[in-house]
Design a protein. Structure first.
Length: 65
């Protein structure tokens, strides 16, 4: 399942929020969410309209049986 990512406001690097999504609109997330950034170690708050779903490459996807 793809991760939800934002750009770290300190470094500008794309970082995972600790949440994953399969099929809901991120802009429906109107309550702020918080997480500790794995890059700068600060706590960041984000809204759905500020986030995006990580692009999953074919090599990252689960094998099909």
């Amino acid at each position: 399942m793809p991760r939800i990512i934002i750009d770290c406001p300190t470094t500008g690097e794309a970082v995972p929020t600790g949440h994953r999504t399969q099929d809901f609109a991120l802009c429906d997330v109107v309550e702020p969410r918080s997480f500790r950034c794995p890059v700068c170690h600060e706590v960041h708050r984000w809204l759905g309209c500020e986030a995006r779903v990580e692009e999953v490459r074919a090599s990252q996807s689960a094998p099909v049986h």
